[in-house]
Design a protein around this ligand. Structure first.
Ligand code: NAP
Length: 243
């Protein structure tokens, strides 16, 4: 019997999960909303590293792992590749292409939090659209800066930071309004790729605003890579007879 373990937490992964039936499993870390109405099993929470995942694969009779986590979820991707090697099953991955700079873009590439802090130092009002990491640094905001942090977490800010809890997709008109109302002079983002959160880059280009872009982490080699849910679903159907 074939049993797929789909590692998710992204819109693309949910698109695949909606096509899976029994006995397949959709797995989430447990940070966001748990989707309803899926025909496959849904499990929530970590496995306990690559060894825990390998134990799960064996005890649950998993025959294929699909890593459809976010491109910055590098730990989970590494664990998936290691556990598949250890249990001798294939690992497939959905690796969505990143965005590339266009004419008029002013991207400043950074690796890690310290480089990011250096890159935003010349600016006064910073819009972070890079997840929850800035929330751990709200007490370190320099006196000349005000931060607007858009992420999934609803929590209070402080006198120098406002938190906007919002979930994409984001349309261009809303992004234009956010940029204008918050008076930002720099945008911080990950290079997530895809269309759901791309409008902010269009607005930054319109305004000739600098973008501090967090570089993608290195991801492990896998048995097969796909660049869209449709391509992956086709392979699941044609080669595995799964959907
Ligand atoms: P991470 O640093 O790569 O993973 C941290 C730990 O979370 C993993 O070691 C694993 O715990 C657990 N985990 C992650 N994804 C899981 C999954 N699909 N099922 C079960 N356990 C999972 O990941 P992250 O960057 O914190 O992201 C967490 C989740 O949010 C991922 O599912 C990712 O797809 C989603 N997400 C992340 C981003 C981002 O920017 N990083 C953006 C959008 C969505 P154990 O070691 O205990 O197994």
């Amino acid at each position: 019997m074939k049993r797929v373990l789909l590692l998710g937490g992204t819109g693309d992964a949910l698109q695949i999960a909606r096509q899976l039936g029994q006995p397949h499993v959709y797995s989430l870390a447990g940070l966001g909303r748990v989707p309803e109405g899926l025909a496959c099993d849904v499990r929530v929470g970590g496995f306990g590293g690559s060894e825990g995942l390998a134990r799960y694969i064996e005890s649950e009779g998993i025959t294929l792992v699909i890593d459809a986590t976010h491109p910055y979820a590098a730990q989970m991707s590494a664990n998936a590749a290691t556990a598949c090697r250890a249990t001798n099953i294939p690992c497939w991955a959905l690796r969505r292409a990143g965005w590339t700079p266009q004419a008029g873009d002013d991207w400043r590439m950074v690796d890690g939090w310290e480089a990011l802090v250096d890159a935003i130092r010349p600016f006064r009002r910073v819009l972070f659209t890079s997840g929850r990491e800035p929330l751990a640094h709200l007490d370190e905001i320099p006196a000349h800066q005000y931060w607007i942090v858009r992420c999934l977490d609803a929590q209070p800010g402080n006198e120098r930071a406002r938190i906007i809890d919002a979930r994409g997709p984001f349309e261009i008109d809303g992004e234009r309004a956010l940029f204008a109302l918050s008076g930002i002079d720099v945008l911080v983002t990950k290079n997530s790729g895809g269309s759901a959160t791309e409008a902010k880059l269009d607005v930054a280009r319109e305004l000739r605003m600098p973008v501090v872009m967090m570089r993608r982490p290195a991801l492990p080699a896998v048995d097969r890579e796909f660049d869209s849910p449709a391509q992956l679903l086709r392979a699941l159907n044609e080669e595995m007879g799964v959907v």
